[in-house]
Design a protein around this ligand. Sequence first.
Ligand SMILES: [Zn+2]
Length: 248
Amino acid sequence: MQLHLSSWPELDAYLARSKAILIPIGSTEQHGPNGLLGTDALCPEIIGRRAGDEAGILVGPTFNVGQAQHHMAFPGTITLRPSTMIAAMCDWAQSLTHHGFERIYWLNGHGGNIATISAAFCEMYRGVTFNEPDANRPPLRCMLRNWWQLPGVADVCKQLFPTGEGSHATPSEISVTYFGYPEAQKRVSMSPKVAPSGPIYDAEDYRRRFPDGRIGSDPSQASVEAGEKIVAAAVKAVIAEFRAFAAS
Ligand SMILES: [Zn+2]
């Protein structure tokens, strides 16, 4: 069930049976020569929507631009400053709690978002802790889950890609997007086959170290079939975890 495709009376009916919602959250940033700019937003969206369809979970709009400053030397990348992202997340949450939601499960697709999402949660809880007049009511609980850390998912990825998984533009995440959007697949020969690894500083330094955008990965291994397996494992785990969180 998607919020975007629902009417307000349907939301009324959903709120009568559940106060929990799933929000996919990601980033719009370069993902190497064959990866989609939307990869980090699309992965949690593809997984979240399937979980929503299978289990009747309400899935909100995707928060699809995040912390991508270090990818800015590649065209197409869009980034928010941390303060903007925190403010926007707080406004989304306050709008939802205004309607009666009490649990927001943020399904994240981008490692670079983690610190800012955690900071946003502190801001959301602040008003309740300090009893501020404009505090979120009823008290809100948020949960952050990175999709690649869902129970069982890493095992599937390791089996599918014993080498060349790397840490950015991974064959696993590219496979998930190819499964969701097979028409957007790109076949690109890569050299070296496995990209270099190393630390990340600013955007220019990133492009010098990792000229095609990948870190430690060989995403030419990505396939629709692999994506289907990863998504199946992730959907199963999301449904179980969301239900437990909603009931907590
Ligand atoms: Zn990514």
